[in-house]
Design a protein around this ligand. Structure first.
Ligand code: GLN
Ligand code: ZN
Length: 834
C-alpha cells in the first residue's frame, strides 16, 4: 500500500504520450488579426471580438483533437493570446508601467485589472504614452513586449483569463493544458522600470511574482486542470544580462514555492488508496496545484562548454532537482543530454518530453530517426518519456493543405510545387507526426509502420529530387578560394570611388524605399490577380520611379535610389526571383501582435535565372545625372526571414545566396551602377543564443556578405544597412563586412553608435541615421543639425554620410518630403562649418 501513495514528486496524472508545446493562434485565415484590427478601428465591439476569439479557440482545440491529440488528457495546449504571451503574464499580474496605471480597473470586480482595450493600449501606446518596447523572442522572428518592472509595480494575480479559457474548452469537451510563460523567464525578459533605482533587477520581485503564480495554479487546480505548462526558455540562452547562477537560484526558489509547497491534485483513478490515506491527500484544497510541465525550447539545456560566466550550466540537472512533474527539452536545436550512469538525479520521478518534432521549421520528419532519438533519451533515467515538439508551433504556418498546388515544373507565384507539399509539415502536419510518434511509444513501432515508411519515403524523395542539389552550384561553391571573399585595400578603393563619384563632404542619401502609396499597392494587387498586364504594371512602377527621382533631385540629395516600389517585401521579392525558393499563399506566421509574415521556403540549391534588379536600376540611372544606388537584400537577411533547408549547414546555403547576389552585383556594375547597397538588417537577429555558437555564426554570415560583395572593382562602392544601433556582440562583425559605407539607426540613441564603432576600429564610411523614421514626426532642421554635429565631432567628418534611420516605405509623403528637406538643410549648415 505504501508504494501506491503518491508523493508530491510523483505525477498525479500521467503525462500524455505526445503533445505540442503550443499552436498558432492567429487563425488559419488570420481571423484573429482581422477581428483585432476591426476592434482597433472601432468597427466592432469588445463583445464581438471576445466572441470571435472564443470561436477561434474552440475551433482550434477541436481541430487538435481531430488531428490526434487526446481530448481528456491535457495533451492539447491552451496557448491562445490576443496579442502576446509575455504581455498576457503582465496583464494577469496587473504589472503595467505607471504611465498606464490609470488603465487598471478600480471596481470590486476588476480591481487592478486591464480590460481588453487597456491591454491593447499597453501593447500599442496612446498619445505620448509609449507602448511597451518590443523585441525578438529568442532566436525566432516572433517579437514579444518587454514588461517594465520596478519596486512599486503592482504584482498580484488579478486576471484569471487563463483559467476561464481552460473552463471554456473543458465545457466544450476538451481538457487543455494551459501554457504560460514561466516566472523566471518572465522576469529575466523584463526590464527595470524607468524610476527603478540603480542596480535594480526585475528578478528582485521574484517572490511577488511567484506568489501570484501560486494563486494562478490554485485557481487552475480548483477549475480541474490536471496539467499546466510553464515555459522557461531563458534557461537555454547566454544572451541575457542575468548570470546563470542567478537564474538557477531563481528557478530553485520559484519552483520550491510552486511545485514543492503546493501539492499536486491526486488523480483518484490512478491511486485508489490515496484518498483513504490522510498522509497522501494534499494539506488542503488551498495548496492544490495542477501537475507542472516546465518547457525549455530554443536550445540545449546543458551548455556544451564553460560559459563566459565561469561555471558550465546544466539547466536539466537544475530542473530535475525541483519537484516539477515533467520537463520538455528541445532535441532539434539541442543534442540528447548526457548523464552519468544511473541517469540524471531527480529525473526518475518525472516525465521527460522529448521535443523531437521541429516547431521552428517546416520540414517533414523522418519518424524512425525521431524514434531513435527518443530511445536515446530513455537512457537519462526519466520516470517516463513522452514525445513533443521542440518549441511551440507558433513559429510555423497552419496547414500545408491550405496551399494550392501547381503541376510539377510549372510552379510560379504562390502555387506550390506538389513535390514540396509532400516534404513539408506545417503545424497541423506536425501535430499528426506527434500523434504517430505517441502511438509508437504506447503501441510499438509496428502499429505505425505505414506512417513511418511514408515519412521515410518523403524524406528520401526530397533528398533525391531535382533542384535540391544542383551540381553546377556545388561545383562553383567548392571552387571558391579566400580571394573570392576579399576586396582590395580600402584606401585605394576610397580614392577610386571618390574619383568616380565626386561626392561632396557629408553626402546625403536615403536607405532605399520611398513611401508605398495606396496607388502602388493597388497596382500590385491588380497585377497579382491578373487584372493588370505585366506591361501596364511595369509602366506604373516606372512612373513611380520617375516621380521618386524627381523628388530627390528637387530635394538636392546626392545619391539617389529608385524607391523600391516594385517590391512587396525585401526578402519575398528576391525569393520570387531566385530558383530554390517557394512562396506560399496562406503560410502566415505571427510576427508580433496582429502582424503576420509569409516567409518563403528555401528548399533547393539557389540560382538566379536572370537579372533581378538591373532593369529597374538602369532605368532609374537613365533619368538623372546623379549617382544611383542599386539596392539588394543580403544573404543573411534572406535566410533569416525564410524557412531554410535543414539538410546542409546554414553557411553553405548562405554562400549559395551570396553567389547569386554576386552575379546580380556584377550585372549592376556592368550596367554602370556605381553604388550598390546590400541590406543586412537581420545580421544581429540570427546570432545564436549560446556564446559558444557565436564565432562560427559570425564567420559564415560575414563570409556570405563578403562573397556577395567582393567581386566588384575598387571604384564600385558597396554600402550596407543595419536596422539597429545596439550592436553588442556583432560590433566586430560590422567591421568585418568590409562595406565602404555602413548606415545604421542612430537618431533615438543620439548618435552613440558613432563613437562606439570608431572605438571598435571601424574607419570606413558611416551613415548614422539623423532622424527616426519609425514615427510620423517631422524633425526640425535644428534637431537634425544637432545630431549631425554630434556625429562629426566624434569621428572624422570625411567618413560621415547623412541619411534617415531606415527605409521610408511605411511613411507618407506628407512627412517624408519635409523631413528630407530638413535633412538637406542641416547637411548644408554643417558642411559650412567643416
Ligand atoms: N532598403 C530597405 C528599405 O529601404 C531596407 C529596409 C530595412 O532595413 N529593413 O526599405
Ligand atoms: Zn533599416
Amino acid at each position: 500500500m505504501a508504494t501506491s501513495v503518491p508523493s508530491p514528486t510523483q505525477n498525479p496524472v500521467g503525462f500524455p504520450a505526445g503533445t505540442v508545446l503550443g499552436y498558432p493562434r492567429i487563425g488559419r485565415r488570420r481571423e484573429l488579426k482581422k477581428a483585432v484590427e476591426a476592434f482597433w478601428a472601432g468597427r466592432t465591439s469588445v463583445d464581438e471580438l471576445e466572441a470571435t476569439a472564443r470561436e477561434l479557440r474552440l475551433a482550434t482545440v477541436r481541430r487538435l483533437v481531430d488531428l490526434g491529440l487526446g481530448a481528456d488528457d491535457a495533451s492539447v495546449p491552451g496557448s491562445f493570446s490576443f496579442y502576446d504571451q509575455v504581455l498576457d503574464v503582465a496583464a494577469s499580474l496587473g504589472a503595467v508601467p505607471s504611465r498606464f496605471a490609470s488603465l487598471l480597473g478600480t471596481g470590486p470586480d476588476e480591481a487592478g485589472r486591464l480590460d481588453l482595450a487597456g491591454y491593447f493600449t499597453v501593447a500599442r501606446g496612446q498619445g505620448d504614452d509609449a507602448p511597451l518596447e518590443m523585441t525578438k523572442w529568442f532566436d525566432t522572428n516572433y517579437h514579444y513586449l518587454v514588461p517594465e518592472i520596478g519596486p512599486d509595480t503592482p504584482i498580484r494575480f488579478v486576471d484569471d483569463r487563463v483559467v476561464r479559457e481552460f473552463v471554456e474548452a473543458k465545457e466544450a469537451g476538451v481538457v487543455t493544458r494551459p501554457v504560460v510563460v514561466g516566472p523566471v523567464t518572465f522576469l529575466a525578459l523584463s526590464k527595470a522600470a524607468d524610476d527603478a533605482p540603480a542596480g535594480y533587477s526585475p528578478l528582485d520581485r521574484l517572490d511577488d511574482v511567484v506568489a501570484a503564480y501560486a494563486d494562478l495554479l490554485r485557481a487552475l487546480a480548483a477549475a480541474g486542470a490536471p496539467w499546466v505548462q510553464l515555459d522557461e526558455p531563458i534557461l537555454v540562452t547566454d544572451s541575457v544580462d542575468v548570470p546563470f547562477a542567478d537564474l538557477a537560484a531563481a528557478v530553485e526558489s520559484a519552483y520550491r514555492a510552486l511545485a514543492t509547497d503546493l501539492r499536486p491534485v491526486p488523480n483518484p483513478g490512478s491511486s485508489p488508496d490515496s484518498s483513504a490515506d490522510p498522509a497522501a491527500t494534499p494539506g488542503s484544497a488551498q495548496d492544490a496545484r495542477p501537475a507542472i510541465l516546465v518547457a525549455a525550447p530554443f536550445g540545449a539545456l546543458q551548455a556544451g562548454a564553460e560559459t563566459a560566466g565561469g561555471a558550465a550550466r546544466d539547466g536539466l540537472a537544475l530542473l530535475a532537482g525541483t519537484d516539477v512533474d515533467a520537463i520538455a527539452i528541445d532535441l532539434v536545436k539541442g543534442a540528447v543530454p548526457t548523464a552519468a550512469d544511473g541517469g540524471v538525479p531527480g529525473l526518475a520521478g518525472k516525465t521527460l518530453v522529448a521535443g523531437v518534432i521541429d516547431g521552428h521549421n517546416v520540414w517533414r520528419a523522418d519518424l524512425a530517426a525521431k524514434l531513435d532519438v527518443v530511445d536515446a533519451v530513455e537512457g537519462l533515467g526519466a520516470g517516463a518519456v513522452s514525445v513533443g515538439t521542440s518549441t511551440s508551433l507558433l513559429h510555423v504556418p497552419h496547414d500545408v493543405e491550405d496551399e494550392t498546388l501547381a503541376a510539377p515544373g510549372t510552379a510560379s507565384g504562390t502555387t506550390l510545387d506538389p513535390r514540396l507539399r509532400d516534404w513539408l509539415a506545417f503545424a497541423d502536419q506536425k501535430v499528426g507526426e506527434v500523434a504517430t510518434l505517441a502511438r509508437a511509444l504506447t503501441e510499438g513501432r509496428d502499429a505505425v509502420a505505414a506512417e513511418i515508411e511514408a515519412s521515410r519515403a518523403a524524406v528520401a524523395s526530397r533528398a533525391e529530387a531535382s533542384g535540391v542539389v544542383v551540381p553546377a552550384v556545388r561545383e562553383r561553391a567548392a571552387a571558391l578560394t579566400d580571394a573570392d571573399f576579399a576586396r582590395g585595400d580600402y584606401a585605394q578603393r576610397a580614392a577610386a570611388q571618390q574619383e568616380r563619384l565626386n561626392l561632396p563632404p557629408l553626402p546625403t542619401t536615403t536607405i532605399g524605399s520611398f513611401p508605398q502609396t495606396p496607388e502602388i499597392r493597388r497596382a500590385r494587387a491588380l497585377w497579382t490577380k491578373g487584372e493588370l498586364s505585366d506591361a501596364d504594371y511595369t509602366t506604373a512602377m516606372r512612373e513611380e520611379i520617375a516621380r521618386v527621382v524627381a523628388i530627390q533631385e528637387e530635394l538636392g540629395l546626392d545619391v539617389l535610389v529608385h524607391g523600391e516600389p516594385e517590391r512587396n517585401d525585401m526578402v519575398q521579392y528576391f525569393a520570387e526571383h531566385l530558383d530554390g525558393f517557394a512562396v506560399t499563399a496562406n503560410g502566415w506566421v505571427q510576427s508580433y501582435g496582429s502582424r503576420c509574415v509569409r516567409p518563403p521556403i528555401l528548399w533547393g540549391d539557389v540560382t538566379r535565372p536572370e537579372p533581378i534588379t538591373v532593369e529597374w536600376s538602369s532605368y532609374t540611372a537613365s533619368l538623372t545625372e546623379k549617382p544611383v544606388k542599386g539596392m539588394l537584400t543580403g544573404p543573411v537577411t534572406i535566410l533569416a526571414w525564410s524557412f531554410v533547408r535543414d539538410d546542409q549547414p546554414l553557411g553553405d546555403t548562405a554562400n549559395q545566396v551570396g553567389l547569386a547576389l554576386r552575379d546580380e552585383i556584377a550585372d549592376l556594375e556592368a550596367a554602370g551602377i556605381g553604388i550598390v547597397q546590400v541590406d543586412e538588417p537581420a545580421l544581429r537577429e540570427l546570432l545564436p543564443l549560446r556564446r559558444d555558437d557565436q564565432p562560427a555564426y559570425l564567420d559564415w554570415s560575414v563570409g556570405s556578405f563578403r562573397l556577395a560583395t567582393s567581386g566588384v572593382e575598387a571604384a564600385t562602392q558597396i554600402h550596407t544597412h543595419l536596422c539597429y544601433s545596439e550592436f553588442g556582440e556583432v560590433i566586430g562583425a560590422i567591421d568585418g563586412l568590409d562595406a565602404d559605407v555602413t548606415s545604421v539607426e542612430a537618431a533615438r540613441s543620439r548618435m552613440e553608435i558613432v563613437p562606439e564603432l570608431r572605438d571598435a576600429g571601424y574607419s570606413r564610411g558611416i551613415g548614422p541615421g539623423v532622424y527616426d523614421i519609425h514615427s510620423p514626426r517631422v524633425p526640425s532642421t535644428e534637431e537634425v543639425t544637432e545630431l549631425l554635429e554630434l556625429a562629426v565631432k566624434s569621428i572624422d567628418p570625411r567618413v560621415v554620410w547623412v541619411n534617415p534611420d531606415c527605409g521610408l516605405k511605411t511613411r507618407r509623403y506628407e512627412e517624408t518630403v519635409p523631413s528630407l528637406e530638413h535633412l538637406v538643410a542641416a547637411t548644408k549648415a554643417v558642411r559650412a562649418t567643416l
